[in-house]
Ligand binder design. Structure first.
Ligand code: FAD
Length: 286
């Protein structure tokens, strides 16, 4: 049984933000509803008003450009992101992460904005957005601002969004012509399940830049400090070095999906798999 609440479907960001501001914390944004409605049903706690942003045209735009990066509206469904050719080619980790969420039906409703605003430590798109250096554009009653994605997550289900602010879009900076990224997720069952651990890595050989982000292993998804790649460092040595950094940065817990010890043990496995894909895509040494 789901509680009772008012519901308004808005046609513009301004209209929605005004409604959120007017209810003084009693109203929340609704996108696909795949987190929010489940939470209302499970907890029995309903906001006074759900403000449905899913029909706002600006929030449904997905614009890609090889030189300018990508701009993804907060309400773009994850299936649209998973199927987009440029996102697959240039921002591969994000396409793979979007594809890994839930089931096809869930991904038809679930949005990118909702996945990050919900701020689950296990949110699958978060590690991908972290290694791709995404920014989150938000609007509220006081105007607009940009939040770097590594400043968005502040705790379990907590973000740096201010009361009444909504995410309008997520921007991805352009990537170098030889840059690549990948995402992996371990889950209990082959069908849909939240991650025991998820991880994304991006690598730009021209900038010698490598970024790693890990989800489901701390209260927020974690972006590891950048590492300098030494020339011709074998992949297994690099994986070991990154594993040391990762083990110091994360603090997994035991929960219904896995023990902390199991999660810690999966870190070097995923690191090794992702580095092999990105640094030696043809096999052998890099
Ligand atoms: C069966 C099932 C399987 C799932 N599997 C996975 C999985 O494998 N991986 C995973 O990461 N998630 C999973 N989820 C969770 C969920 O589908 C995703 O987190 C989804 O992306 C949430 O998006 P939404 O549009 O449905 O958000 P909603 O439920 O509409 O909103 C979620 C939260 O974000 C807020 N919000 C939404 N949009 C905005 C916005 N633009 N600005 C500010 N706040 C906003 C809402 O107020 C709410 O607090 C699953 C859910 C279900 C029901």
């Amino acid at each position: 049984m789901i509680g009772t609440f008012d519901y308004v479907r808005v046609g513009s960001i301004k209209e929605g933000c005004e409604l959120l501001a007017a209810r003084n914390g009693g109203a929340v944004a609704l996108a696909g509803g795949t987190d929010l409605l489940v939470s209302i049903r499970n907890t029995g706690r309903s906001p006074d008003l759900l403000v449905d942003f899913k029909d706002v045209a600006q929030l449904n735009r997905l614009v890609t450009d090889n030189d300018a990066g990508a701009m993804i509206g907060a309400c773009v469904p994850l299936n649209v992101i998973a199927d987009n050719t440029v996102i697959n080619d240039r921002f591969t980790a994000l396409a793979a992460a979007a594809r890994s969420v839930g089931s096809y039906q869930v991904r038809n409703r679930a949005t990118l904005g909702g996945n990050i605003a919900n701020a689950s430590p296990a949110a699958d798109t978060a590690p991908a957005l972290l290694v791709l250096g995404a920014s989150v554009n938000v609007t509220g009653k006081d105007g607009t601002r940009k939040i770097p994605i590594d400043k968005l997550f502040t705790g379990v289900k907590k973000t740096s969004l201010r009361a009444g602010e909504v995410i309008t879009d997520i921007s991805l900076p352009p990537v170098g012509s030889r840059a690549r990224s990948a995402f992996l997720k371990k889950q209990r069952v082959k069908g849909h399940d939240l991650a025991i651990i998820n991880m994304a890595v991006s690598y730009d050989p021209d900038a010698e830049a490598l970024r790693v982000a890990i989800g489901s292993c701390a209260v927020t998804p974690i972006l590891l400090p950048p590492v300098n790649l030494s020339e011709n460092e074998p992949i297994d040595e690099l994986a070991e070095r990154l594993n040391d950094i990762a083990q110091a940065a994360i603090s997994p817990i035991d929960d219904i999906r896995a023990s902390a010890v199991y999660r810690l043990g999966l870190v070097p496995v995923l690191l090794s798999d992702l580095l092999s894909v990105l640094l030696a895509p043809e096999g052998g040494a890099r």
